[in-house]
Write a protein that binds this ligand. Structure first.
Ligand code: ZN
Length: 196
């Protein structure tokens, strides 16, 4: 029988991405075995993350004093080129190339069937509103070349077609079924350069 406190942490962890009930229980037992100071360090770090803000423009998380993240606050970055990514980790992968000089919209976890969540819709609305009728040069839909990415890319294309002169997707580079998040710098750079 699993002790109650272990059970409680396991239940919480089991909702985390990529963690199933069995792994959650293993992690809970691992934490129980740590020294008290290490447990406090983890708990404090989690509490700190609760204070992080979301950028008003692109929805990436940040720690800056103002409302915008460093990317959106950087006047050297083009306002005319926007890459739409699903997750923060996808943005980080694209940023690592150092070659993308536009801005982003982190749209949030997408569903498998292309039905947009409230978060997705709210972020698209906010993005469109921020354009104030202005038409961008290009929107790159930087979703993974998976079935889920394809379904959502067509939904996003139809929603945003009036917001940019061109709507592209990442091209050759990431293999079909591969994910943006896990692509290495060279691969993602090729996909970016070969966008279509
Ligand atoms: Zn931002």
């Amino acid at each position: 029988m699993t002790p109650e406190k272990i059970e409680k942490i396991s239940e919480l962890l089991a909702h985390w991405p990529g963690i199933g009930p069995r792994q959650a229980r293993r992690i809970a037992f691992y934490i129980a075995d740590l020294e008290k100071k290490d447990i406090i360090e983890i708990a404090d770090a989690i509490k700190e993350i609760g204070n992080i803000k979301r950028c008003k423009s692109c929805f990436f998380i940040h720690n800056e004093a103002g409302e915008n993240c460093l990317i959106c606050a950087n006047s050297k970055r083009s306002k005319d080129l926007v890459a739409i990514v699903e997750k923060e980790t996808d943005l980080i992968t694209l940023e690592k190339t150092g070659k993308f000089l536009g801005r982003y919209l982190v749209i949030g976890e997408l569903s498998k069937d292309g039905i947009l969540t409230n978060t997705n819709n709210a972020r698209i609305e906010s993005f469109k509103k921020s354009l104030g009728g202005e038409i961008l040069e290009e929107i790159i839909i930087a979703l993974s070349p998976t079935t889920k990415g394809d379904v959502n890319a067509s939904v996003l294309t139809s929603l945003l077609e009036k917001s940019a002169k061109k709507i592209s997707r990442l091209g050759r580079g990431i293999p079909t079924g591969g994910e943006v998040e896990f692509a290495d710098e060279e691969t993602i750079l090729n996909s970016l350069l070969n966008r279509k």
